[in-house]
Design a protein around this ligand. Structure first.
Ligand code: 2IP
Ligand code: CA
Ligand code: CA
Length: 382
């Protein structure tokens, strides 16, 4: 079914527009950075505006993919995201944030959440949400991933690296091409997985804050996509050349033992970056050869889209604990199984149902995966 990939890219572009708008327009920006404390907190709405921005972006994607006439009705009910669209309104009731039939309808819904003094903010958001996105990318329209929308489910992270999005540091110097933090690490992630197997098949990573136009000082974005289905492997990126020894990118939350073990692989000291999506992107771009996360701090919506892109490049994402277990138990020496996206964890509630509970290792070249697993196995005394 051609057209679906282009649609995923188009919705990611609109999401990126909303993300940029929230930082560029004064009435929105003020709401975004307002840290309400004490009695003032919750006076208007219980969640922060940043949550509203996330929820709205997610709903725009749902609307544009599944609800709008001429799109993909088969996807309805199968578009999942990080956020719930239930929101508390100014009076303490519940408003379901969604995209209305007209900009006026959407503005009215947003007004109910924000309160009447934020009419301008509601209007600005509604306008952008209803604006049509045109893609100049003609290659995309012709790509047929060979899978029908009725076989797919979608995972959305409307804004990954929210903390960096809010803090908004603009000129964080890159270290060997990797931004250690700042707006660059705030990404929109839209991935599609096969409902029957959970395998990620289409992925779009949008970087709303890729660079600033030197003249206008406006932020310019860019996007990347990948298709990995059956024997089809297509990607907007080319597979990066492997370094002889892997260089890893890590979260700052990673402890000294893991840092040490991975830093001695010979590829150089670990790189550090914010945002799970951004670190996965660094691997796809070849800025790092592996992203290792030893904790259960990512979720299906963080990894689905980048995972599809990594598969399109010949790599993948495996569960760290599962891979170490397989290594320990020996036997079959095939590559460890990759993360899947269709099965909630049993006995868990809320977002925990979708946690990548065994950590992860992301790679493009399987020899780097093996090197990482060997080093971490040794660390555990295997
Ligand atoms: C977060 C975000 C964090 C990341 C965490 C994600 O998603 O990407 O930056 O932690 O794993 O779940 P770290 O930066 O340490 O990798 P969100 O911003 O969407 O909550
Ligand atoms: Ca996230
Ligand atoms: Ca998020």
């Amino acid at each position: 079914m051609s057209g679906l990939l282009a649609a995923l890219v188009a919705v990611s572009q609109k999401a990126a527009e909303v993300a940029r708008l929230c930082r560029a327009e004064e009435p929105l920006f003020r709401l975004l950075v307002a840290e309400k404390t004490g009695p003032e907190r919750n006076a208007r709405f219980l969640q922060d505006f940043k949550t509203l921005a996330d929820v709205l972006i997610q709903e725009v994607i749902k609307h544009d993919l599944g609800t709008q006439v001429g799109t993909f009705p088969e996807l309805r009910g199968h578009i999942h995201g990080e956020e719930s669209n239930e929101f508390r309104d100014a009076e303490g009731g519940t408003v379901t944030v969604r995209v209305g039939a007209t900009p006026g309808d959407t503005a009215a819904l947003l007004l109910a959440v924000l309160g009447p003094e934020h009419a301008r903010a509601a209007e600005l958001l509604a306008q952008t949400v209803h604006r049509e996105v045109t893609l100049g990318d003609t290659e995309l329209a012709g790509i047929d991933p060979g899978v029908s929308p009725g076989e797919l489910g979608i995972w959305i992270d409307p804004i990954d690296s929210t903390n960096e999005f809010i803090a908004g540091r603009e000129d964080v110097a890159a270290v060997d091409g990797v931004a250690p933090g700042g707006l660059r690490s705030a990404l929109v992630l839209v991935g599609a997985f096969e409902r029957s197997t959970g395998v990620p098949v289409l992925g779009v990573i949008n970087e709303p804050f890729f660079q600033r136009d030197p003249q206008s000082r406006r932020w310019q974005g860019r996007y990347h996509w990948g298709v990995a289905h059956g024997d089809t492997r297509l990607c907007s990126l080319s597979p990066p050349a492997p370094r002889p020894c892997p260089r890893v990118v890590l979260s700052r939350a990673e402890g000294a033992a893991v840092r040490g073990a991975l830093g001695s692989l010979g590829g150089g000291p670990p790189l550090f970056a914010a945002g799970a999506g951004y670190k996965l992107l660094c691997v796809a771009l070849g800025l790092a050869d592996a992203f290792v996360l030893s904790q259960a701090t990512t979720f299906a919506w963080d990894s689905c889209a980048p995972h599809a892109i990594l598969r399109a490049l010949g790599g993948g994402v495996v569960a760290l604990e599962g891979a170490l277990r397989a290594q320990r138990e020996g036997g079959d020496t095939g590559d460890p199984p990759e993360l899947v996206y269709h099965r909630p964890r049993e006995g868990r509630a809320g977002p925990e149902r979708w946690a990548n509970s065994e950590g992860l290792v992301a790679f493009v070249h399987p020899q780097h995966l093996r090197a990482v697993l060997a080093a971490l196995g040794e660390l555990r005394g295997l």
